[in-house]
Design a protein around this ligand. Structure first.
Ligand code: EPZ
Length: 417
Protein backbone atom coordinates (compact mmCIF):
# COMPACT_ATOMS: atom_id res chain seq x y z
CA UNK A 1 0.00 0.00 0.00
CA UNK A 2 1.37 3.40 -0.99
CA UNK A 3 2.39 5.93 1.60
CA UNK A 4 3.14 9.66 1.54
CA UNK A 5 6.25 11.14 3.15
CA UNK A 6 6.25 14.83 4.15
CA UNK A 7 8.95 17.04 5.61
CA UNK A 8 7.00 19.89 7.14
CA UNK A 9 7.56 23.56 7.89
CA UNK A 10 7.44 25.06 4.40
CA UNK A 11 4.88 27.80 3.70
CA UNK A 12 2.98 26.93 0.51
CA UNK A 13 3.11 29.38 -2.36
CA UNK A 14 1.69 29.01 -5.87
CA UNK A 15 -1.38 27.89 -7.83
CA UNK A 16 -3.53 24.80 -7.27
CA UNK A 17 -6.09 23.80 -9.90
CA UNK A 18 -9.38 22.76 -8.29
CA UNK A 19 -11.02 19.81 -10.03
CA UNK A 20 -14.64 18.86 -10.58
CA UNK A 21 -16.60 17.81 -7.49
CA UNK A 22 -16.40 14.08 -6.70
CA UNK A 23 -19.75 14.21 -4.91
CA UNK A 24 -21.41 15.70 -7.98
CA UNK A 25 -19.66 13.45 -10.51
CA UNK A 26 -20.87 10.23 -8.86
CA UNK A 27 -24.65 10.95 -8.95
CA UNK A 28 -24.24 12.56 -12.38
CA UNK A 29 -22.73 9.33 -13.69
CA UNK A 30 -25.66 7.38 -12.20
CA UNK A 31 -27.96 9.74 -14.12
CA UNK A 32 -26.51 8.15 -17.27
CA UNK A 33 -28.85 5.22 -16.54
CA UNK A 34 -31.87 7.48 -17.06
CA UNK A 35 -31.50 7.73 -20.84
CA UNK A 36 -30.33 5.56 -23.73
CA UNK A 37 -28.92 8.64 -25.37
CA UNK A 38 -25.41 9.95 -24.78
CA UNK A 39 -24.71 11.91 -21.60
CA UNK A 40 -21.47 13.90 -21.78
CA UNK A 41 -19.95 15.05 -18.49
CA UNK A 42 -17.10 17.61 -18.47
CA UNK A 43 -14.57 18.55 -15.75
CA UNK A 44 -14.65 15.03 -14.31
CA UNK A 45 -11.95 14.48 -11.67
CA UNK A 46 -9.55 11.53 -12.05
CA UNK A 47 -10.33 9.56 -8.88
CA UNK A 48 -10.61 5.95 -7.79
CA UNK A 49 -14.30 6.43 -6.97
CA UNK A 50 -14.99 7.63 -10.53
CA UNK A 51 -13.36 4.48 -11.89
CA UNK A 52 -15.46 2.35 -9.54
CA UNK A 53 -18.68 4.04 -10.68
CA UNK A 54 -17.62 3.57 -14.32
CA UNK A 55 -17.08 -0.15 -13.69
CA UNK A 56 -20.49 -0.40 -12.02
CA UNK A 57 -22.24 1.33 -14.94
CA UNK A 58 -20.39 -0.80 -17.47
CA UNK A 59 -21.75 -4.01 -15.96
CA UNK A 60 -25.24 -2.46 -16.17
CA UNK A 61 -24.65 -1.98 -19.92
CA UNK A 62 -23.74 1.69 -19.89
CA UNK A 63 -20.43 2.28 -21.64
CA UNK A 64 -18.30 5.04 -20.09
CA UNK A 65 -15.76 6.46 -22.56
CA UNK A 66 -13.14 8.82 -21.14
CA UNK A 67 -11.77 11.64 -23.28
CA UNK A 68 -9.42 13.65 -21.09
CA UNK A 69 -11.60 15.09 -18.35
CA UNK A 70 -14.79 14.36 -20.29
CA UNK A 71 -16.80 11.17 -19.83
CA UNK A 72 -19.28 10.05 -22.50
CA UNK A 73 -21.93 7.66 -21.17
CA UNK A 74 -24.40 5.75 -23.30
CA UNK A 75 -26.02 2.38 -23.85
CA UNK A 76 -28.93 0.14 -23.02
CA UNK A 77 -29.42 -1.31 -19.54
CA UNK A 78 -28.70 -5.03 -19.84
CA UNK A 79 -28.32 -5.92 -16.16
CA UNK A 80 -30.07 -4.52 -13.09
CA UNK A 81 -27.81 -6.05 -10.44
CA UNK A 82 -25.25 -3.95 -8.55
CA UNK A 83 -22.94 -6.57 -7.01
CA UNK A 84 -21.49 -6.59 -3.51
CA UNK A 85 -17.87 -6.61 -4.68
CA UNK A 86 -18.35 -3.19 -6.30
CA UNK A 87 -20.83 -1.64 -3.86
CA UNK A 88 -18.67 -2.49 -0.83
CA UNK A 89 -15.88 -0.38 -2.34
CA UNK A 90 -18.05 2.66 -2.78
CA UNK A 91 -21.30 3.42 -0.97
CA UNK A 92 -22.37 5.90 -3.63
CA UNK A 93 -23.13 2.81 -5.77
CA UNK A 94 -26.54 2.84 -4.10
CA UNK A 95 -27.33 5.83 -6.35
CA UNK A 96 -28.05 3.41 -9.23
CA UNK A 97 -31.12 2.14 -7.37
CA UNK A 98 -33.53 4.97 -8.22
CA UNK A 99 -32.50 5.25 -11.88
CA UNK A 100 -32.70 1.46 -12.45
CA UNK A 101 -36.19 1.29 -10.91
CA UNK A 102 -37.32 4.27 -12.97
CA UNK A 103 -35.96 2.86 -16.24
CA UNK A 104 -36.44 -0.92 -16.08
CA UNK A 105 -38.73 -1.40 -13.08
CA UNK A 106 -36.38 -3.61 -11.12
CA UNK A 107 -33.04 -3.53 -9.31
CA UNK A 108 -31.02 -5.80 -7.09
CA UNK A 109 -28.45 -3.65 -5.31
CA UNK A 110 -26.12 -4.85 -2.58
CA UNK A 111 -26.68 -3.07 0.70
CA UNK A 112 -23.71 -0.71 1.01
CA UNK A 113 -22.99 -1.68 4.60
CA UNK A 114 -21.28 0.67 6.98
CA UNK A 115 -17.91 2.32 6.66
CA UNK A 116 -15.31 3.79 8.98
CA UNK A 117 -17.33 6.92 9.74
CA UNK A 118 -20.64 5.32 10.54
CA UNK A 119 -23.36 2.73 9.93
CA UNK A 120 -24.64 4.75 6.95
CA UNK A 121 -28.10 3.18 6.57
CA UNK A 122 -30.16 3.75 3.40
CA UNK A 123 -33.62 3.52 5.00
CA UNK A 124 -34.66 6.95 3.70
CA UNK A 125 -33.84 5.90 0.13
CA UNK A 126 -35.94 2.73 0.50
CA UNK A 127 -38.91 4.32 2.27
CA UNK A 128 -39.10 7.03 -0.38
CA UNK A 129 -39.09 4.49 -3.21
CA UNK A 130 -41.81 2.49 -1.45
CA UNK A 131 -43.90 5.64 -1.27
CA UNK A 132 -43.44 5.89 -5.06
CA UNK A 133 -44.89 2.39 -5.45
CA UNK A 134 -41.79 0.21 -5.43
CA UNK A 135 -41.82 -3.13 -3.60
CA UNK A 136 -38.64 -3.41 -1.53
CA UNK A 137 -37.34 -6.60 0.10
CA UNK A 138 -33.99 -7.13 1.84
CA UNK A 139 -32.49 -10.56 1.44
CA UNK A 140 -28.98 -11.95 1.80
CA UNK A 141 -27.42 -8.51 1.97
CA UNK A 142 -29.18 -7.24 -1.12
CA UNK A 143 -31.98 -4.76 -1.77
CA UNK A 144 -34.54 -6.44 -4.04
CA UNK A 145 -36.60 -3.65 -5.54
CA UNK A 146 -39.32 -3.87 -8.16
CA UNK A 147 -41.83 -1.51 -9.69
CA UNK A 148 -43.64 -3.49 -12.39
CA UNK A 149 -46.02 -0.60 -12.78
CA UNK A 150 -44.32 2.71 -13.47
CA UNK A 151 -43.16 4.54 -10.32
CA UNK A 152 -45.72 7.11 -9.31
CA UNK A 153 -45.16 10.57 -7.92
CA UNK A 154 -45.46 11.05 -4.14
CA UNK A 155 -44.87 13.68 -1.49
CA UNK A 156 -41.85 12.54 0.53
CA UNK A 157 -40.94 14.30 3.76
CA UNK A 158 -37.41 13.55 4.96
CA UNK A 159 -37.18 13.37 8.79
CA UNK A 160 -33.62 14.69 8.46
CA UNK A 161 -31.46 15.87 5.57
CA UNK A 162 -29.89 13.16 3.44
CA UNK A 163 -27.79 14.03 0.38
CA UNK A 164 -27.93 10.54 -1.15
CA UNK A 165 -31.63 9.98 -0.51
CA UNK A 166 -32.43 13.36 -2.08
CA UNK A 167 -30.37 12.43 -5.16
CA UNK A 168 -31.75 8.89 -5.52
CA UNK A 169 -35.37 9.99 -5.22
CA UNK A 170 -34.96 13.08 -7.40
CA UNK A 171 -33.56 10.88 -10.18
CA UNK A 172 -36.33 8.29 -9.76
CA UNK A 173 -38.99 11.03 -9.79
CA UNK A 174 -37.90 12.41 -13.17
CA UNK A 175 -39.47 9.37 -14.92
CA UNK A 176 -42.30 8.66 -12.46
CA UNK A 177 -45.97 9.09 -13.32
CA UNK A 178 -47.09 12.43 -11.88
CA UNK A 179 -45.68 14.89 -9.40
CA UNK A 180 -43.14 14.18 -6.66
CA UNK A 181 -42.42 16.68 -3.89
CA UNK A 182 -39.28 16.20 -1.78
CA UNK A 183 -39.68 18.09 1.50
CA UNK A 184 -36.62 18.83 3.71
CA UNK A 185 -34.44 17.97 0.71
CA UNK A 186 -30.67 18.44 0.90
CA UNK A 187 -29.42 21.73 -0.56
CA UNK A 188 -25.76 20.91 -1.17
CA UNK A 189 -24.41 22.52 -4.37
CA UNK A 190 -23.88 19.02 -5.79
CA UNK A 191 -27.67 18.49 -5.64
CA UNK A 192 -28.20 21.69 -7.61
CA UNK A 193 -25.61 20.53 -10.15
CA UNK A 194 -27.39 17.18 -10.57
CA UNK A 195 -30.75 18.95 -10.92
CA UNK A 196 -29.30 21.28 -13.57
CA UNK A 197 -28.04 18.30 -15.57
CA UNK A 198 -31.35 16.43 -15.23
CA UNK A 199 -33.15 19.56 -16.44
CA UNK A 200 -30.84 19.69 -19.47
CA UNK A 201 -31.86 16.06 -20.09
CA UNK A 202 -35.52 17.10 -20.17
CA UNK A 203 -36.53 16.66 -16.55
CA UNK A 204 -38.98 19.12 -15.00
CA UNK A 205 -37.68 20.20 -11.57
CA UNK A 206 -38.69 23.25 -9.54
CA UNK A 207 -37.18 24.59 -6.32
CA UNK A 208 -33.55 23.88 -7.23
CA UNK A 209 -31.32 25.18 -4.44
CA UNK A 210 -34.12 25.04 -1.86
CA UNK A 211 -35.18 22.35 0.59
CA UNK A 212 -38.37 21.67 -1.37
CA UNK A 213 -38.03 20.06 -4.79
CA UNK A 214 -41.05 19.50 -7.05
CA UNK A 215 -40.51 17.10 -9.94
CA UNK A 216 -43.07 16.48 -12.70
CA UNK A 217 -42.36 13.04 -14.17
CA UNK A 218 -41.85 12.78 -17.95
CA UNK A 219 -41.93 9.76 -20.26
CA UNK A 220 -38.28 9.84 -21.23
CA UNK A 221 -35.08 11.84 -20.84
CA UNK A 222 -32.67 12.66 -23.66
CA UNK A 223 -28.92 13.12 -23.77
CA UNK A 224 -27.15 16.28 -22.65
CA UNK A 225 -23.77 17.88 -22.01
CA UNK A 226 -22.92 19.08 -18.52
CA UNK A 227 -19.76 20.49 -16.94
CA UNK A 228 -19.34 19.52 -13.30
CA UNK A 229 -19.01 22.29 -10.70
CA UNK A 230 -15.71 22.77 -8.84
CA UNK A 231 -15.13 20.68 -5.72
CA UNK A 232 -15.86 22.83 -2.66
CA UNK A 233 -14.30 20.27 -0.31
CA UNK A 234 -11.08 20.13 -2.30
CA UNK A 235 -11.18 23.96 -2.24
CA UNK A 236 -11.61 24.05 1.54
CA UNK A 237 -8.92 21.42 2.01
CA UNK A 238 -6.26 23.37 0.10
CA UNK A 239 -7.37 26.59 1.78
CA UNK A 240 -6.52 24.86 5.07
CA UNK A 241 -3.17 23.78 3.58
CA UNK A 242 -2.30 27.40 2.79
CA UNK A 243 -3.45 28.51 6.24
CA UNK A 244 -1.72 25.76 8.27
CA UNK A 245 1.64 26.45 6.56
CA UNK A 246 1.34 30.23 6.77
CA UNK A 247 1.52 30.47 2.99
CA UNK A 248 -0.37 32.04 0.11
CA UNK A 249 -2.08 29.87 -2.51
CA UNK A 250 -4.25 30.69 -5.52
CA UNK A 251 -7.03 28.12 -5.90
CA UNK A 252 -7.80 28.21 -9.62
CA UNK A 253 -11.43 27.44 -10.52
CA UNK A 254 -12.64 27.71 -6.92
CA UNK A 255 -15.88 29.57 -6.27
CA UNK A 256 -16.51 31.41 -3.01
CA UNK A 257 -20.29 30.93 -3.29
CA UNK A 258 -19.92 27.18 -2.77
CA UNK A 259 -17.70 27.46 0.28
CA UNK A 260 -20.67 28.47 2.47
CA UNK A 261 -19.81 28.48 6.14
CA UNK A 262 -16.24 27.30 5.51
CA UNK A 263 -15.21 30.77 4.31
CA UNK A 264 -16.81 32.44 7.32
CA UNK A 265 -15.16 30.11 9.82
CA UNK A 266 -11.74 30.32 8.16
CA UNK A 267 -11.91 34.12 8.08
CA UNK A 268 -12.93 34.15 11.76
CA UNK A 269 -9.83 32.04 12.45
CA UNK A 270 -7.60 34.65 10.79
CA UNK A 271 -7.35 33.28 7.24
CA UNK A 272 -7.55 35.79 4.40
CA UNK A 273 -9.69 34.75 1.40
CA UNK A 274 -9.67 37.06 -1.62
CA UNK A 275 -12.08 36.51 -4.50
CA UNK A 276 -10.75 36.80 -8.07
CA UNK A 277 -12.73 36.23 -11.31
CA UNK A 278 -11.63 32.61 -11.70
CA UNK A 279 -9.86 31.84 -8.45
CA UNK A 280 -9.67 32.33 -4.70
CA UNK A 281 -6.44 33.54 -3.10
CA UNK A 282 -6.00 32.14 0.40
CA UNK A 283 -3.25 33.40 2.66
CA UNK A 284 -2.41 33.55 6.33
CA UNK A 285 -0.10 36.34 7.32
CA UNK A 286 -0.64 36.58 11.05
CA UNK A 287 -1.54 34.08 13.79
CA UNK A 288 -4.46 31.67 13.71
CA UNK A 289 -6.95 31.85 16.52
CA UNK A 290 -9.16 29.06 17.81
CA UNK A 291 -12.67 29.18 16.31
CA UNK A 292 -15.61 26.86 16.97
CA UNK A 293 -17.28 24.88 14.19
CA UNK A 294 -20.31 22.59 14.12
CA UNK A 295 -21.03 20.41 11.11
CA UNK A 296 -24.49 20.78 9.58
CA UNK A 297 -26.19 20.19 6.24
CA UNK A 298 -25.48 22.87 3.62
CA UNK A 299 -25.21 25.85 3.91
CA UNK A 300 -23.76 24.96 7.32
CA UNK A 301 -20.18 23.85 7.91
CA UNK A 302 -19.73 20.60 5.94
CA UNK A 303 -18.88 17.39 7.75
CA UNK A 304 -16.42 16.65 4.93
CA UNK A 305 -14.33 19.61 6.12
CA UNK A 306 -14.36 18.74 9.84
CA UNK A 307 -11.12 16.72 9.97
CA UNK A 308 -9.20 19.28 7.90
CA UNK A 309 -10.40 22.16 10.07
CA UNK A 310 -9.45 20.27 13.22
CA UNK A 311 -5.87 19.90 11.95
CA UNK A 312 -5.78 23.66 11.39
CA UNK A 313 -7.14 24.40 14.87
CA UNK A 314 -4.49 22.11 16.37
CA UNK A 315 -1.89 24.85 15.69
CA UNK A 316 -4.11 27.88 16.38
CA UNK A 317 -3.77 30.14 19.41
CA UNK A 318 -6.36 29.30 22.01
CA UNK A 319 -9.05 26.63 21.93
CA UNK A 320 -11.67 25.52 19.41
CA UNK A 321 -14.75 23.37 19.92
CA UNK A 322 -15.47 21.14 16.91
CA UNK A 323 -18.83 19.36 16.93
CA UNK A 324 -19.78 16.61 14.48
CA UNK A 325 -23.55 16.29 14.08
CA UNK A 326 -23.82 14.28 10.84
CA UNK A 327 -21.86 11.06 11.39
CA UNK A 328 -21.47 9.08 14.57
CA UNK A 329 -17.80 8.14 14.24
CA UNK A 330 -15.91 10.81 12.39
CA UNK A 331 -13.14 11.62 14.89
CA UNK A 332 -10.69 8.86 13.91
CA UNK A 333 -8.13 11.46 12.87
CA UNK A 334 -7.95 12.65 16.52
CA UNK A 335 -5.66 9.95 17.98
CA UNK A 336 -3.36 10.29 14.97
CA UNK A 337 -3.20 14.09 15.30
CA UNK A 338 -2.51 13.69 19.02
CA UNK A 339 0.41 11.42 18.18
CA UNK A 340 1.81 14.41 16.31
CA UNK A 341 1.58 16.55 19.44
CA UNK A 342 -1.92 17.96 19.08
CA UNK A 343 -3.99 18.41 22.24
CA UNK A 344 -7.51 17.25 21.35
CA UNK A 345 -10.06 15.76 23.72
CA UNK A 346 -13.23 14.14 22.42
CA UNK A 347 -16.40 14.25 24.51
CA UNK A 348 -19.22 12.54 22.62
CA UNK A 349 -19.99 14.49 19.46
CA UNK A 350 -17.65 17.33 20.37
CA UNK A 351 -13.87 17.69 20.43
CA UNK A 352 -12.05 20.43 22.28
CA UNK A 353 -8.87 21.40 20.46
CA UNK A 354 -6.27 23.30 22.47
CA UNK A 355 -3.83 24.88 20.03
CA UNK A 356 -0.13 24.09 20.41
CA UNK A 357 2.89 26.03 19.20
CA UNK A 358 3.80 23.32 16.74
CA UNK A 359 3.29 19.67 15.78
CA UNK A 360 6.00 17.04 15.39
CA UNK A 361 6.18 14.65 12.46
CA UNK A 362 5.35 10.98 13.04
CA UNK A 363 4.27 7.84 11.18
CA UNK A 364 0.44 7.97 11.09
CA UNK A 365 -2.39 5.85 9.74
CA UNK A 366 -5.13 6.99 7.38
CA UNK A 367 -8.57 5.58 8.16
CA UNK A 368 -10.98 7.36 5.81
CA UNK A 369 -10.85 9.89 3.02
CA UNK A 370 -11.04 13.13 4.95
CA UNK A 371 -9.12 11.90 8.00
CA UNK A 372 -6.27 10.98 5.62
CA UNK A 373 -6.01 14.46 4.19
CA UNK A 374 -6.13 16.05 7.64
CA UNK A 375 -2.97 14.07 8.48
CA UNK A 376 -1.32 15.38 5.31
CA UNK A 377 -2.21 18.93 6.38
CA UNK A 378 -0.74 18.33 9.84
CA UNK A 379 2.40 16.89 8.24
CA UNK A 380 2.83 20.03 6.12
CA UNK A 381 3.00 22.12 9.29
CA UNK A 382 4.86 19.68 11.57
CA UNK A 383 8.54 19.84 12.44
CA UNK A 384 10.36 16.85 10.98
CA UNK A 385 9.01 14.00 8.92
CA UNK A 386 5.50 12.55 8.71
CA UNK A 387 4.66 9.33 6.90
CA UNK A 388 0.96 8.82 6.11
CA UNK A 389 0.21 5.14 5.50
CA UNK A 390 -2.74 3.63 3.58
CA UNK A 391 -3.09 6.56 1.19
CA UNK A 392 -5.50 4.60 -1.00
CA UNK A 393 -8.13 6.38 1.09
CA UNK A 394 -6.79 9.68 -0.26
CA UNK A 395 -6.92 8.54 -3.88
CA UNK A 396 -10.68 8.09 -3.59
CA UNK A 397 -11.27 11.83 -3.29
CA UNK A 398 -8.11 13.81 -4.07
CA UNK A 399 -6.49 13.84 -7.48
CA UNK A 400 -2.66 14.01 -7.40
CA UNK A 401 -2.56 15.53 -3.93
CA UNK A 402 1.22 15.16 -3.62
CA UNK A 403 1.81 16.73 -7.05
CA UNK A 404 -0.45 19.69 -6.34
CA UNK A 405 1.24 20.36 -2.98
CA UNK A 406 4.79 19.79 -4.27
CA UNK A 407 4.12 22.36 -7.02
CA UNK A 408 3.53 24.88 -4.22
CA UNK A 409 6.81 24.10 -2.49
CA UNK A 410 5.86 21.28 -0.12
CA UNK A 411 8.48 18.60 0.50
CA UNK A 412 6.13 15.68 -0.17
CA UNK A 413 6.65 12.39 -2.01
CA UNK A 414 4.64 9.23 -2.60
CA UNK A 415 6.27 5.86 -2.11
CA UNK A 416 4.94 2.58 -3.40
CA UNK A 417 4.33 0.33 -0.42
C1 EPZ B 1 -22.91 12.26 1.06
O1 EPZ B 1 -23.01 10.99 1.69
C2 EPZ B 1 -21.45 12.42 0.67
N1 EPZ B 1 -21.06 11.38 -0.27
C3 EPZ B 1 -20.57 12.35 1.91
O2 EPZ B 1 -19.23 12.60 1.52
C4 EPZ B 1 -21.00 13.47 2.87
O3 EPZ B 1 -20.25 13.38 4.05
C5 EPZ B 1 -22.51 13.31 3.18
O4 EPZ B 1 -23.27 13.32 1.96
C6 EPZ B 1 -23.02 14.44 4.07
O5 EPZ B 1 -22.83 15.67 3.42
C7 EPZ B 1 -21.40 11.53 -1.58
O6 EPZ B 1 -22.03 12.50 -1.98
C8 EPZ B 1 -20.95 10.44 -2.51
P1 EPZ B 1 -26.29 11.52 3.89
P2 EPZ B 1 -24.48 10.38 2.02
O7 EPZ B 1 -27.29 10.60 3.30
O8 EPZ B 1 -25.42 10.74 0.94
C9 EPZ B 1 -27.82 9.24 7.76
C10 EPZ B 1 -16.92 12.24 1.42
O9 EPZ B 1 -16.04 12.29 2.28
N2 EPZ B 1 -28.71 8.51 6.82
O10 EPZ B 1 -26.48 13.00 3.74
O11 EPZ B 1 -24.29 8.94 2.33
C11 EPZ B 1 -26.34 8.94 7.52
O12 EPZ B 1 -25.96 7.78 8.22
C12 EPZ B 1 -18.24 11.58 1.73
O13 EPZ B 1 -16.83 12.73 0.25
C13 EPZ B 1 -29.67 7.64 7.34
O14 EPZ B 1 -29.76 7.43 8.54
O15 EPZ B 1 -24.83 11.16 3.35
C14 EPZ B 1 -25.69 10.19 8.06
O16 EPZ B 1 -25.58 10.07 9.46
C15 EPZ B 1 -18.25 10.98 3.13
N3 EPZ B 1 -30.50 7.00 6.47
C16 EPZ B 1 -26.68 11.30 7.72
O17 EPZ B 1 -27.93 10.65 7.51
C17 EPZ B 1 -30.44 7.20 5.12
O18 EPZ B 1 -31.25 6.61 4.38
C18 EPZ B 1 -26.33 12.08 6.47
O19 EPZ B 1 -26.11 11.14 5.44
C19 EPZ B 1 -29.47 8.09 4.62
C20 EPZ B 1 -28.62 8.74 5.49
Amino acid sequence: MDRIRIKGGRPLSGDILIGGAKNAALPLMAAGLLTEERLELGNVPRLADIDTMAALLAQHGIAVEPDGRTLRLGGRITNSVAPYDIVRKMRASVLVLGPLLARVGEARVSLPGGCAIGTRPVDLHLKGLEQMGAAIRLDAGYIHASAPERLRGATIVFPFVSVGATENLMMAATLADGETVLVNAAREPEIGDLAACLTAMGARIEGIGTDRLTIQGVDRLHGARHAILPDRIETGTYACAAAITGGSVRLVGARLEYLGAVARVLRDAGVEIEEQPDALVVRRLNGLHGTDAMTEPYPGFPTDMQAQFMALMAVAEGAAMVTETIFENRFMHVPELNRMGARINVHGASAIVRGVAGLSGAPVMATDLRASVSLVLAGLAARGETVVNRVYHLDRGYESVERKLAACGADITREAG
